[in-house]
Design a binder for this molecule. Structure first.
Ligand SMILES: Nc1ncnc2c1ncn2[C@@H]1O[C@H](COP(=O)(O)OP(=O)(O)OP(=O)(O)O)[C@@H](O)[C@H]1O
Ligand SMILES: [Mg+2]
Length: 243
């Protein structure tokens, strides 16, 4: 596993020597292709397993009484999700650009998130503040939406059923800042750096890929993803995109 310090070292070596740069770039490309291929090849039969299980349940509803049935379905779904996230992580810095109104984009996400809370009859109080002056932005809309959903999902986990979550944005002179704030469990100081590493999770059912994927996507846009948090005192994640 490469950590940030190794990546910095690798980038320095690549800057110093053109041959090293070419070899490392090729190795990285091969590595990405291998991971994508493996994820893709395992996902196909897993989808078949998932469909077969659903068919069994439809034809034999009595399986629902079997105590391990729902756990098995959940495990298969988790594996499917993990593989999907692995290929997204791998493709995190390949962007498909378009120009869109960032204000409208954020408002739509806020509405969908509010609806999902409503459907679950959640006690979480969600609010958003998106000013009208945010203007257009050039970026990968699908990937940026994934980042916001990751942050909102983490905030939801952190408040554990009740609490407040805020999504707000502001246009600064050189950047567009988007914040996702919650008043949940917060993050211990010693975890603040490591949560952005792949597979670093403190949840029973987490994959630990959400924040590393998100950071990669934001950095591919030339931006930064940072966090301010204290244990027991909520967290604010900030996406800063250059404009
Ligand atoms: N808003 C938050 N408040 C408190 N802790 C958080 C928050 N967001 C992230 N974390 C911590 O950071 C860890 C890593 O988050 P990340 O999104 O990368 O993975 P995850 O949520 O555990 O799993 P998943 O891959 O399903 O997203 C979490 O396990 C959690 O401990
Ligand atoms: Mg997460």
């Amino acid at each position: 596993m490469l950590y940030n310090v190794d990546v910095n070292k690798m980038n320095r070596l690549m800057e110093e020597n053109k041959d090293v740069k070419q070899i490392i770039s090729q190795l990285l490309e091969n590595h990405h292709t291998t991971v994508s291929t493996i994820a893709h090849e395992i996902r196909n039969p897993l989808t078949l397993v998932s469909s077969a299980l659903q068919m069994i349940q439809a034809q034999h509803p009595e399986v629902l009484e079997f105590s391990h049935w729902s756990q098995t379905l959940e495990d298969v779904e988790f594996m499917r999700q993990l593989l999907e996230e692995l290929s997204t992580y791998n493709n995190g810095n390949t962007l498909h650009y378009s120009v869109f109104s960032i204000g409208q984009f954020l408002k739509n996400i806020a509405i969908s998130f509010a609806i999902s809370l409503d459907e679950e009859e959640s006690d979480i109080e969600f609010s958003s503040r998106v000013p009208d002056n945010l203007g257009d932005f050039t970026g990968d809309k699908v990937k940026l939406e994934e980042v916001l959903l990751n942050l909102l999902r983490n905030a939801k986990d952190a408040v554990a059923g009740e609490g407040t979550i805020r999504l707000y944005a502001e246009r600064k002179r050189k950047s567009l800042d988007i914040h996702v704030q919650d008043n949940g469990c917060g993050i211990p100081k010693e975890h603040l750096e490591s949560i952005f590493e792949p597979f670093q999770t403190y949840k029973e059912d987490g994959t630990g890929l959400g924040l590393s994927i998100s950071k990669r996507i934001i950095e591919a846009h030339g931006g930064t993803l940072s966090v301010a948090s204290k244990e027991g005192d909520g967290a604010t994640f900030t996406i800063r995109l250059p404009i």
